[in-house]
Design a binder for this molecule. Structure first.
Ligand SMILES: Cc1cc2nc3c(=O)[nH]c(=O)nc-3n(C[C@H](O)[C@H](O)[C@H](O)COP(=O)(O)O)c2cc1C
Length: 214
């Protein structure tokens, strides 16, 4: 097997897309797609940029909901991609075509569902919803943090639970995977990606998107 040694620009090898809902200071909800997440036991580590509204809310409120998106939710996730809850939009994001949006649920066409243990709402369309509390915020890389959260309540669409058990059916669960900024499900490219366009990725699947400047 011949290997070459490229200076890899992006190390996003493939992780599930999480819609993270948090509460703003005025009690309204923010919602943001993220995918630098991994789970261990009942905890999860979230890689978040420090300048996001989500990070501001997580630090203040110490809670969130991790809503796991299924592959058929790619269009809704892509509608959230160019949005931020931060007003004014930070300069580097403005240059990438981001705009301020106070109603992310409305903009994405998603439905708020009340949570049981935290103030942030769930995303009704997501088959798996994890209510979480923030345990610790660790500095990570430049301008980012690793936010350690603990799951306090899980909600799973009934058809995805193996009958008579507390386990998710791995065949039934088709997560939306973000791989090199593109959207995949069942290993197939399922939707064009504004994130891939904003990052000027050399491979932009499905169709070329020209309306977001990098
Ligand atoms: C598919 C996808 C995955 C993303 N993954 C992350 C991530 O893991 N961490 C992060 O900080 N931002 C990630 N982003 C970018 C955030 O969604 C973006 O910064 C957004 O503006 C955050 O919204 P907020 O400022 O309202 O919190 C991702 C975006 C998309 C579309």
């Amino acid at each position: 097997m011949a290997h070459v040694s490229p200076d890899l620009k992006v190390l996003y090898f493939g992780t599930p897309v999480v819609l993270i809902s948090t509460c703003n200071a005025d009690g309204s909800a923010n919602l943001a797609p993220m995918s630098s997440a991994w789970w261990l036991g009942q905890s999860c580590m979230l890689g978040m940029g420090n300048r996001s509204k989500t990070m501001e809310n997580l630090t203040r409120e110490r809670e969130c909901v991790l809503n796991l998106a299924s592959s058929d939710m790619a269009p809704a996730v892509d509608r959230l991609a160019p949005l931020t809850g931060t007003d004014p939009v930070p300069e580097r994001k403005a240059a990438k075509g981001y705009r301020f949006e106070p109603d992310k649920f409305g903009a994405a066409g998603l439905t708020r569902q009340a949570s049981a243990a935290v103030r942030a709402p769930r995303v009704a369309e997501c088959p798996i919803q994890l209510e979480c509390v923030v345990e610790q915020v660790h500095p990570f890389a430049t301008g980012a943090s690793a936010v350690e959260v603990r799951v306090v309540r899980a909600h799973v669409e009934e058809r995805l639970v193996i009958p008579g058990t507390d386990y998710v059916d791995p065949i039934g669960w088709d997560p939306l995977i973000m791989k090199f900024c593109e959207f995949f499900g069942g290993a197939a490219n399922v939707h064009s990606s504004l994130l891939a366009a904003a990052w000027r990725m050399p491979h932009q699947g499905m169709r070329q998107v020209d309306n977001v400047s990098g």
